[in-house]
Structures are given as C-alpha cells and as structure tokens.
Design a protein around this ligand. Structure first.
Ligand SMILES: CC(=O)SCCNC(=O)CCNC(=O)[C@H](O)C(C)(C)COP(=O)(O)OP(=O)(O)OC[C@H]1O[C@@H](n2cnc3c(N)ncnc32)[C@H](O)[C@@H]1OP(=O)(O)O
Ligand SMILES: CC(C)C(=O)C(=O)O
Ligand SMILES: [Mg+2]
Length: 528
C-alpha cells in the first residue's frame, strides 16, 4: 500500500476495514472508450485537475500501451496530480505492465491496474486460453506489476459472468501474488442488483485471503443498472466504486460518479458510507467533460441535467415556494448549482463578470478572463438577456478551444427557398487572412465547403449537432462538430446567437484540435 500518512492511503485502509468508499474515476480511460469521446492530452490534464480538486481517490488516466498519445497523457497526469493516486491500465502481459509503469513513473502515488477475462465465453473465444493458463497469467501479471509499485489492482474482466469457483481461485491467486485491490467488473452490464450483491458476499465468504484487499466494482449501464449494482455491491462489502463523470464509457457507459456519490449522500440513512468527494464540484466537472467530449447531457439526466432542479408545473412550484423539501431531495448548491443574484447584461463590468464566473465554478487566468469578458460584451450587445447558461457556453467554448492555428474572422451567408445557399468566409491561417466563397446544399454545407477551400484537408465530418443554450429565438445555438482522420476523432464546440457562425467556429475548433493531434504524432507531415 502507499504511504500510510496520505489521505488516499488512509482511505484505502479504512475502506478495507470500515465505512470509507474509495472513488475511482475512469472517465479518462473507460470514459474515453465511448465512440467519439476521444480527448487531447491538454483536455485530459484539465479533467484530471478537476477530478483531483473534487477529491477523487484514484484517477485512471489511460491505457499507456494503447498509443503514444495515451502514454503521454498518463505520463503528464502522473507529473501533475499530487493528491489522487494516478492509475494506468494494462492487459495481463509484461509489455503492457512495463509500459504502464514507465508512464506512471513520475507519479507521487501510482497504481497499476492489470486485467484479464475470466468468463468461459471470453476465455474460450476471445483469449483462446484454457482456464489454467489464465490463472497462471493472473499470478504472473500481478507479480510483475508488484515489481513496479505496491499499489496493484487486478480485474477479472466479465467477472459477473464468470463461474464462481474459478473466480474465487483467481481472486485468491491475485491477492497471494500481491494485488491490493480486487475489481469485479460487470463488463457487459448484465448483472441484476441482488445477484451482484450476492456475488460480492460469496467472494467475501469463499476467498480465504480476501481481507488483505479492497473489493472494487466496475459496473456498465447496458440495462440502466450500473448505479444500482454499484450501491448494492457496497452494501455487500465492496469498498471501491469505479465510475465516470456523466456516466460516459464503453457502449451505454459506466456508473455515473455524480449519481453514486449523491445517492450515498442523500440516502446516508440507508447507505452509511463516507467518501472524499467535494460534491459542490460536481457541476463543474460535468460541464467540463461535456464541453470537451461534445457529449450533450440529456436535460432529465439525474443530478447534472438542466431539468434536475427545475420546477415548472404549478402544484410543484407552489410546494417549492412553501418548502423546498416538498420536491427537492437534494440542495442544488450541494452539487455546485449556485443561485446567483447578479443579473448580467451589456452594462455589467469586469468585477461582476469575474464574480459570476466564480459562482458558476470557473477560475480563469487574467488573459482568459479578458477574452471571455470581450466575448460576453459582444454577446450582450446582440442578446436581450444573458443567462448563466449563455456564460457557461461561452466559457466552455473557450476552454475547449486549445491551440489555434486557424481563427474564425467573419462570415456572410445567403440562403432561402429561392436561392442557392452561398457562404463568404474569412479565416486567419497561421496569422494570414484568407477568404473563400462556396455554394452548398444548405448554408452550413456552403460554410463547411468554404472552410475546406481555405484549408484543404481529408478529415471526415462524423457529427454535426445543434442545440439551444436557452429558450427563445435569440438563444445561442450550441454546435458540436466531430472530425475523424486516420482513426483519430476530435470534437469542436462553439456557441453563438447565429447558428451558422456557431457551426463555422465549431468546425474551426475541431480542425485546430486535429492539427494539434497531427503535430504530436507526425511533426514532419504537418501540411494542410
Ligand atoms: C473491458 C475493457 O474495457 S478492456 C479495455 C479495452 N480498451 C481498449 O481496447 C482500448 C485500447 N486498445 C488498443 O489500443 C488495442 O486494442 C491494443 C493496443 C491494446 C492491442 O492492439 P493489438 O495488438 O492490435 O490487438 P487487438 O486489439 O487486435 O486484439 C487484442 C489482443 O489482446 C488480447 N487480450 C485481450 N485482453 C487481454 C488481457 N487482459 N491480457 C492479455 N491479452 C489480452 C486478445 O486476445 C488479442 O490477442 P491476439 O492478438 O493474440 O488475438
Ligand atoms: C478493464 C475492465 C475493468 C473494464 O473496463 C471492464 O471490464 O469493463
Ligand atoms: Mg469497463
């Protein structure tokens, strides 16, 4: 185990013995496995910093052998994060484990997470290995990981569909070889809460050395049961939950961190367990992950959806006015939603803007603040009322932008039922203004063609998504554009009262990210 004076080490020790539940966030690893959710290194660092501030015990930062980019991201996070354990994933192979150790080398506290599938289906068809060979791999991989760190997690992939007797043998062998956390994944989201809790109890009752490790669970949401399964497992004795911000992850996603944590906080009468999460940071983390991945949060999403604390019907509003407890089981401020008395408009100054940003959970440096303030003033000139959501969209936009070789300068479009849509666009490329005019099947198509004319590229447009930040015809359009090139995907986002301008800026943001990715993987090939 890690240094016993550190809060995370303490948490792990308490977890094994008592009521502390270790929160293991895998947004940057399993979350990033969601199709289209790929993040740049800078974005991953930003997410990791927010997770650390939030009190996450363990941050799974990536799968270092998967790519040079993943290795660099884990390595960078290992250098920066001090308060959380930084974890890297590896298959049950020496090369994976050594690569993970190399990436984690600078970490103040590091964990190697090694896994192998143990279900009959996965062993026979995917691994094409006999159970006894898998068991030997468990021993070899955990022993190898222990050479690099004393904090080793072992996972039995597809654990919930594994034959129990074999599972007990593998868990015992992993602990014997030095695993300090045993993770039981419900890899395909197949488990049912009571059944999953029984599995955890059976492991506790049938593995002789189980008291030497923390039991963890990693639940997927294919049947919408990931949070229920995780909480039932805790009741049965698990003391680590693996989860992601906004529940992103492979297929239907993982257990959502915000739901798990707020359920434990709100129903502490039934779930008397502790964790280190500063729940007031939840909204900030949720918005950041949504802005970076381009995955919009459904309005009715528990805890972080825009309607999660909204009351529109008369009887509910009446109840709320008389006593908030009538319809609210949690306080909005406990998840970081602050009701602000500052009304922002074109007459607002920098001090009020800074205060508003603080209330919304943003801390910007002086330059970023000045930039955001200019854009806010510009928006306030065009929009009757500037709502908190507008300011969030504006800042998220800026946060998501990253390095910018290409800048949007201006756009004029002609469209309507009787004319061929046409876009006149000016972009700045490496400091030089370039113009193009293009026609298309619609104003957005014409605009995107104009971008391709100014900056020719092969990337494929995978997603074009438009949402409204608030209500009303003067609402800002919130646009996400996803581009793909050579297996790499990037998301660009932008908000503007003009939908076509937002589309152009979102496309340019995505293109800039793609160029940054290209630069990191092949500096010599950096042409348009
Ligand atoms: C349940 C989970 O979330 S597991 C994590 C899933 N995440 C990812 O796969 C994302 C990152 N993955 C990748 O980048 C690639 O798959 C890599 C780099 C890991 C491997 O790439 P490749 O060498 O091209 O192999 P590929 O992905 O095609 O196949 C996986 C191989 O690993 C083997 N394998 C799968 N799991 C394990 C394991 N836990 N331990 C050892 N070997 C394993 C498979 O049997 C297969 O082996 P084979 O090539 O002998 O048939
Ligand atoms: C690697 C493991 C823990 C995983 O993600 C799963 O089984 O879902
Ligand atoms: Mg998973």
């Amino acid at each position: 185990m890690a240094d016993s004076t550190h809060p995370v080490a303490e948490a792990a020790q308490q977890a094994a013995a008592g009521d502390h539940v270790v929160i293991f966030d895998t947004t940057l690893r399993d979350g990033e496995q969601s199709p289209g959710a790929s993040m740049t290194i800078e974005e991953k660092i930003r997410v990791a910093q927010v997770l650390e501030e939030m009190g996450v015990d363990v941050i799974e930062a990536g799968f270092p052998i998967a790519s040079e980019g993943d290795f660099q991201a884990v390595n960078a996070i290992a250098r920066i994060v001090k308060e959380s354990v930084v974890c890297g994933l590896s298959r049950a192979s020496a090369a994976d484990i050594d690569r993970a150790a190399e990436a984690l080398q600078p970490a103040a506290r590091k964990r190697i997470h090694t896994f192998i599938a143990t279900s009959p289906l996965h062993m026979k068809f995917k691994l094409q290995m006999e159970p006894e060979q898998v068991l030997q791999r468990v021993i070899d991989s955990v022993s190898r990981a222990r050479r690099h760190t004393d904090d080793v997690e072992w996972s039995c992939e597809d654990g919930s569909r594994t034959e129990h007797e074999f599972l007990f043998r593998c868990v015992e062998a992993a602990i014997e070889a030095g695993a300090t956390t045993i993770n039981i994944p419900d890899t395909v989201g197949y488990a049912y809460p009571e059944e999953f809790a029984d599995l955890i109890r059976e492991i506790r009752n049938n593995v002789p050395n189980i008291d030497k490790a923390v039991i963890s669970v990693h639940c997927h949401n294919d049947l919408g049961l990931a949070v229920a399964n995780s909480l039932m497992a805790v009741e049965a004795g698990a003391r680590q939950i693996e989860c992601t911000i906004n529940g992103i992850g492979e297929r239907a996603g993982n257990a959502a961190l915000e739901e798990v944590v707020m359920a434990m906080r709100t129903r502490a009468d039934l779930l008397p367990y502790r964790n280190r999460i500063v729940t007031q940071e939840i909204m900030k983390a949720s918005r950041l992950v949504s802005a970076i991945t381009g995955f919009a949060i459904q309005p009715n999403k528990a805890i972080v959806g825009t309607n999660a604390f909204a009351h529109e019907s008369g009887i509910h509003q009446d109840g709320m006015l008389k006593h908030a407890g009538t319809y609210e089981i949690m306080k909005p401020e406990d998840v970081g939603l602050v009701k602000s008395s500052l009304v922002m408009g074109k007459h607002s100054g920098r001090h009020a803007f800074r205060k508003k940003l603080e209330e919304l959970g943003y801390e910007l440096g002086e330059n970023a603040l000045n930039d955001a303030f200019l854009r806010f003033k510009n928006l306030a000139d065009r929009k009757k009322e500037v709502f908190d959501e507008d300011i969030v969209a504006l800042v998220d936009d800026q946060i998501g932008a990253g390095a910018q070789r290409i800048r949007f300068v201006r756009l004029a479009v002609q469209c309507g039922s009787e004319i061929k849509p046409r876009a006149d666009l000016v972009l700045e490329v490496d400091g030089e203004e370039k113009a193009a005019t293009a026609e298309g099947d619609g104003p957005v198509d014409a605009t995107f063609r104009a971008i391709r004319e100014i900056f020719p590229h092969q990337a494929e447009l995978q997603l074009f998504q438009v949402g409204a930040v608030t209500q009303g015809t003067d609402a800002q359009a919130d646009v996400t554009v996803r581009l793909a090139e050579n297996g790499k995907t990037v998301n660009g986002g932008a908000a503007d009262t003009d939908t076509i301008v937002a589309a152009a800026r979102a496309y340019v943001a995505a293109l800039n990210k793609l160029l940054t990715k290209r630069e990191k993987t092949a500096p010599a090939a950096l042409t348009a």
